[in-house]
Design a protein. Structure first.
Lengths: 373, 521
């Protein structure tokens, strides 16, 4: 009586149909404002994958989404809705800034980078574990507290970047530039050094780190005892207590891991590109991570694909803005919104239809089998 | 297959059939929940439908009451063909339903609950007038049917038996001439059950048709005129109750011969394994939940705990298994003492050789979205055979589950299948298998056969007796009095969080235990 569709339809075909639906509606809207939707799609695809350096940019954005998507997914397995990716990433950025600014020039840059990476995770974890603690011990709802913690993080950023961290003689809110060499190597420099051609783009080693964290995240959830307990807590707190675990502890640990993953997003922006702490570097990636996790069904493989889609939308969307008079960057937000609508809120809209078609196609089959048995 | 009953209805021969179903089928995805069902229910009769879980009883009743619509087949009520598309249609043709779980608003009065959804009948201009009108009507109704209940009492203050009465009254108030009751006695004391049976008989005498869905064969025998048996989505037989026996019905339900009563033989208890003294638990609101419970549990015996649901049995199980810490008193297991000052976690208690089959297998005993293998590891995931303190080993866990499935005949024998896709009986067997395979010295068992079909009940009972014979100390908590009486070597009866005393097997019978359950010492 539950869904009777095979797995490949459920996790493969259904998301594709949802995305297709979102694109069809987007196409209709683009046609309504007087542009050709097919031309627009071509421009977007070229802008995301084909033009020189485009793929690098797409993967750069993808990296952000992988980190924030994983963060949301890990928490979601414990049925915790972590809306605080944004704030956790900001704290991660502050962590990187503190390490880089305090140690830069004093110790070798490699060492600074090696310290900054765990620092971003640690700061993010702290920003995750406090709402986790409030949920576990005080029953304050994680959705409310993580939203509030975004505001607090944002205020801390403003305070730091207009005060203690503000670059001398600077009016725009940003920190001192990090010392030379305090950055994650960019992919095109690595590739060029190895003798391979690659166009300039901000894509840096964080991307590799994001892939590694995807594997780590998968192993954590499905191959460790902690992951088993996290999933058990998510499905049934009573069963977790019965099995001899403390849901409170699990909630706090999960939120710490989730925060750490979100915090690591800052590596891509701050240590990969900016080399300084700037205001608003998170630009909503933390929130989009929720959509990414939803679309990716909270599985690292799904999250990789969803991140790539959103990365391509970000990059290709910029190209749309550039090529068409009537289309602005906001159009991309609309397409994103439609994708979230169809693959988040309406995720099972096409399910009954698919089920009917599937059973119509397979029924003849099943009956002959029954008769044969 | 249709077998018409030859038994004459008490309501008279000339009355049309109250319900007549022919060729009703209902498919969910690939599952045929109802397959070509035909059923005739005569007016003014009590008609029982029995069958194991998953036999399709609930689906059939849901079709009658308009929750589902049949894919095929015809329904006629009082001789007229009807199309029941919603519960409103069902009520309109005179079908009323009393659900297993009551649909009442606890803080509302009885009167308010009854008129809910039908607040304004014709002629009344406001709620006040409607209430006054309803009151007169209800007083008349309750007199006719012998359903006395205080219309102004708040539902939350009523006993379960009286709440059920409100549900029946609600159905009658809506004009029901055909009353469907789904497992109505599951929550009642033996005395309340007797009262319900009297009420239903008086309904029959007033010409109301009663359709009774139950798995308790004893009730079928006591009250019905006709009985229909379902198995695997099909109607297998229609019988006149007077000409059948519980054994025959059980055999029809399961499709093979079964033992209705457990294969009990005397126990040879040995040393005390668990000593409970003056155990007290006070709830968050200061409500006493357990009041000074004391008993000894010996190796090689089954101590049954009888009582109406909600009289402290669940709390007792939670305290003994370490989920809740006691407020007062102590539990001694071997040389370990559990007291309010020295609480132990469920994990610590498990390490002492205590296994726990929880009352609620869905919420506690397993994790429904988990695979069977993952559920079969719940609480034992750090056992060396299943994983390490760090890693979880799916392959080892699946092997372990597969061997449990073989040993305990759990079907389908696929460890990768999600836990919620197993039938109640097989889920319960999985939980039991997990706990029993840990070879505990003490086994705490709550409601081992709740929602479990007859075939599995027989198996589970045999497993419990075997465990006992191997020297395990078993504490058996159940609201099924028959189960307690047929398995226990001694019976403790609980009422309002207190022990009403412990009775030996020889002195325990439904009458004496029933009175103790009701709080009469």
């Amino acid at each position: 009586m539950s869904t009777t569709l095979p797995r490949w339809i459920d996790v493969g075909l259904l998301p594709l149909i949802n995305i297709l639906a979102a694109f069809i509606v987007s196409g209709v809207i683009i046609a309504l404002i007087g542009e050709n939707p097919f031309t627009a799609l071509t421009v977007m695809l070229k802008g995301a994958f084909v033009y020189k350096g485009a793929l690098g940019y797409t993967l750069f954005y993808t990296t952000n989404f992988i980190f924030t998507g994983l963060a949301v997914a890990v928490a979601f397995h414990a049925m915790l809705f972590n809306i605080g990716g944004e704030g956790q990433a900001m704290l991660g950025g502050i962590g990187i800034g503190v390490v880089a600014l305090a140690l830069g020039g004093l110790v070798p840059p490699v060492l600074v980078v090696l310290l900054a990476i765990p620092m971003s995770a640690l700061m993010g974890a702290i920003w995750g574990i406090i709402p986790g603690w409030l949920q576990a011990k005080r029953g304050s709802h994680i959705v409310i507290t993580t939203i509030m913690f975004n505001f607090i993080a944002s205020s801390i950023m403003v305070w730091l970047l207009t005060g203690p961290m503000l670059r001398e003689g600077q009016i725009s809110p940003e920190s001192e530039h990090f010392a030379d060499g305090v950055l994650l190597p960019q992919m095109h420099t690595l590739f060029n050094a190895m003798g391979m051609e690659m166009a300039r783009s901000p894509l840096n080693l964080s991307f590799v780190l994001a892939l590694v964290m995807s594997v780590v995240g998968w192993a954590l959830i499905w191959r460790t005892r902690l992951g088993y307990t996290i999933r058990a807590t998510g499905h049934s707190e009573k069963a977790t207590i019965y099995a001899g675990h403390s849901p409170q502890k699990i909630i706090m640990i999960t939120m710490a891991i989730s925060g750490a993953l979100a915090g690591m997003m800052a590596l891509n922006e701050i240590l990969g590109v900016q080399q300084k702490v700037i205001l608003g570097f998170t630009s909503g990636y933390g929130f989009t991570g929720i959509a990414v996790a939803l679309m990716g069904r909270n599985h690292p493989v799904g999250i990789l694909f969803a991140s790539l889609l959103f990365g391509a939308l970000y990059q290709g969307g910029a190209e749309l803005d550039f090529e068409f008079q009537n289309i602005t960057r906001e159009m991309v937000l609309m397409i994103q919104g439609l994708i979230i609508l169809f693959s988040g809120a309406l995720v099972y809209m096409f399910n009954p239809m698919l089920e009917r078609i599937y059973h119509r196609l397979t029924r003849g089959n099943a009956l002959t089998q029954e008769e044969g048995a | 297959m249709t077998v018409s009953s030859s038994h004459k209805a008490k309501g008279g021969d000339d009355l049309p059939l109250a319900i007549s179903l022919s060729g009703v089928s209902k498919t969910f995805g690939a599952v045929r929940a109802n397959d070509d069902i035909s059923l005739t229910v005569q007016s003014g009769c009590i008609h029982g439908i029995v069958g194991e879980n998953g036999a399709g009883k609930s689906t059939l009743v849901s079709i009658l009451y308009g929750f589902y619509q049949a894919d095929q087949g015809e329904i006629a009520v009082d001789g007229k063909p009807v199309h029941i598309r919603s519960t409103y249609d069902a009520i309109a043709v005179g079908i009323g339903m009393v659900h297993q779980h009551f649909m009442l608003v606890p803080p509302f009065s009885v009167l308010e609950n009854i008129i809910l959804g039908h607040e304004i009948k014709a002629g009344a201009r406001n709620l006040k007038e409607a209430k006054a009108q309803a009151r007169d009507e209800l007083i008349a109704l309750s007199e006719t049917y012998g359903l006395t209940v205080d219309l102004d009492a708040r539902v939350e203050d009523l006993s379960v038996g009286l709440q059920q009465r409100v549900e029946i009254l609600k159905a009658l108030y809506r004009g029901a001439r055909i009353l469907i009751l789904d497992e109505p006695t599951g929550v009642l004391t033996p005395q309340e059950t007797v009262q319900l049976i009297e009420v239903l008989k008086s309904h029959r005498d007033q010409g109301v048709t009663v359709l009774l869905i139950t798995h308790k064969l004893r009730e079928i025998m006591a009250i019905t005129d006709h009985v229909s048996v379902m198995r695997g989505g099909k109607m297998v037989d229609h019988l006149a109750t007077a000409t059948t026996s519980p054994e025959e019905l059980a055999q029809l339900m399961v499709g093979r011969k079964v033992l209705v009563n457990a294969n009990y033989h005397d126990a040879t208890p040995a040393g005390v394994q668990m000593q409970v003294s003056d155990l007290t638990l006070t709830g968050a609101s200061g409500m006493p939940l357990l009041r000074g419970i004391s008993f000894d549990l010996k190796a090689g015996e089954i101590l049954g705990v009888a009582g109406v649901s909600g009289n402290g049995q669940s709390e007792l199980l939670e305290v003994l298994s370490g989920i809740t810490a006691p407020t007062q008193g102590q539990v001694t297991i071997g040389s370990t003492v559990i007291s309010p000052e020295a609480g132990l976690s469920p994990r610590d208690i498990k390490a002492l050789g205590v296994a726990h089959v929880p009352e609620d297998r869905h919420a506690m005993g397993m994790v429904l979205p988990f695979t069977a293998a993952e559920s079969a590891a719940l609480g034992y995931e750090d056992q060396p055979a299943l994983g390490t303190s760090m890693w979880f080993r799916p392959a080892a866990i699946e092997d372990h589950c597969a061997s449990l499935m073989r040993d305990y005949d759990i079907r389908p024998g696929n460890p990768k299948l999600k836990s919620n896709l197993f039938s109640g009986g097989n889920q319960q067997k999985l939980v039991l298998a997990r706990e029993m395979s840990a070879a505990p010295r003490i086994l705490l068992v709550g409601q081992p056969t709740r929602g479990v079909d007859i075939g599995a009940i027989e198996f589970i009972h045999q497993q419990l007796i075997d465990m006992r014979d191997q020297g395990c100390a078993i504490l058996l908590i159940s609201v099924e009095l028959d189960e307690i009486l047929s398995l226990s070597d001694r019976v403790m009866v609980m009422n309002a969080g207190q022990s009403m005393g412990i009775v030996n097997k020889a002195d325990a019978n439904a009458q004496s235990i029933g009175l103790m359950m009701a709080g009469v010492q």
